[in-house]
Design a protein around this ligand. Structure first.
Ligand code: G3H
Ligand code: 13P
Ligand code: ZN
Length: 332
């Protein structure tokens, strides 16, 4: 058993309480590679922001659980080396799908886990979440749960059963599961294709797709039911058009990729939403820089040559999110 405290990590309790009170959100960036980790730490240190570094089950399999544990410890030490006396870094399991996986992560130094029972019937979601909470809290590890299913607006409209989180369920769910934060569904979704073109309108000037707005009425109703309780938004990449254009210019094929407009995430950050998950934007920033570099330097083959601009481009994106969208800068 390795406690996250030995690694210099923190759980989400204090940072979420401050974020809800202060009207900002903590960035939760997914990572799979050393370059992503370096860029996340550099961005957090330069902006004086707390940060959540999160790994999915797939990322954990890709990187190896032991390597990840040392990478997280390395992230804390690296932040100190860069001049941050007291880094606030969380290592979080994203979308844990079983008690065993959550337990494994807790035992290996994660300071926070998500148990995603959102596809289960309501009572089963509560029971599974509570089982994880009972174990995690013994070790002061915080637990994120999910209620409601992330889906596009069309599914919401077309389906007879609503996929959005039902505000009338959140008090009972939070009380009985004991979770520390709750991921909700208000119209965000994972990946670079969040809405189908027929769900969007087109900007007459640019011809670009304009997605439908998030369900802020549902968010506000949830906030009223659970005042001050930390709310999480998944699927919150904005899919920057310039990165998509670069990818397409240099041989990629991402037609009609569309994300969540940053103004809406800025608005959400000021509410009880205190954790915003971003993965796809990092993938796009990395891929765009690598495609451009390789197209412009066809004779180069040292990975450091193309991974360096990729790391720089991700860092730029992380800083932009922290400062201009989530508002978590200058909070250390
Ligand atoms: O929510 C999903 C994250 O973007 C992680 O994706 O399972 O492909 O690592 P992944
Ligand atoms: P994006 O695909 O919008 O980046 O969402 C990431 C996420 O929610 C990870 O859990
Ligand atoms: Zn997610």
């Amino acid at each position: 058993m390795t406690s996250y405290k030995e690694l210099g990590l923190v759980n989400t309790k204090e940072m979420f309480a401050k974020a809800v009170k202060g009207g900002y959100a903590i960035p939760a960036f997914n990572f799979n590679t050393m370059e992503q980790m370096q860029a996340i730490v550099q961005a957090a240190v330069e902006t004086k922001s707390p940060v959540i570094m999160q790994v999915s089950k797939g990322a954990r399999n890709y990187a190896n659980a032991t390597i990840l544990r040392y990478m997280a410890q390395g992230a804390v030490e690296y932040a100190k080396e860069l001049g941050c006396a007291k880094p606030q870094i969380v290592l979080h399991l994203d979308h844990g799908d079983s008690f065993e996986l959550c337990k494994d992560c807790i035992d290996m130094g994660f300071s926070s886990v998500m148990i995603d029972g959102s596809s289960l019937p309501y009572e089963e979601n509560i029971a599974l979440t509570k089982k994880v909470v009972d174990y995690a809290h013994k070790y002061d590890v915080t637990v994120e749960a999910e209620l409601g299913v992330l889906a596009g607006v069309e599914d919401e409209v077309a389906s007879e059963v609503s996929h959005y989180t039902k505000p009338e369920e959140v008090i009972d769910f939070a009380n009985r599961s004991g979770c520390d934060s709750l991921a909700i569904s208000i119209g965000t979704s994972h990946g670079a294709y969040k809405f189908k073109p027929e769900q969007c309108t087109r900007d007459p000037k640019t011809g670009k797709l304009v997605p439908p707005p998030l369900a802020f009425d549902v968010l506000h109703a949830i906030e009223k039911k659970l005042p001050g309780f930390p709310i999480v938004l998944h699927g919150s990449s904005s899919v920057p058009q310039d990165e998509v254009d670069t990818i397409n210019k240099y041989g990629g094929k991402l037609p009609d990729a569309v994300g969540i407009p940053e103004e809406q995430l800025r608005e959400a950050s000021k509410s009880a939403v205190c954790k915003i998950n971003i993965d796809s934007d990092s993938r796009l920033a990395m891929t765009a820089a690598i495609r451009q570099y390789l197209a412009e330097h066809p004779d180069h083959f040292d990975p450091r040559q193309y991974l360096k601009p990729a790391r720089e481009n991700m860092k730029k994106m992380y800083i932009h999110k922290i400062v201009n969208v989530l508002g978590s800068n200058n909070k250390l």
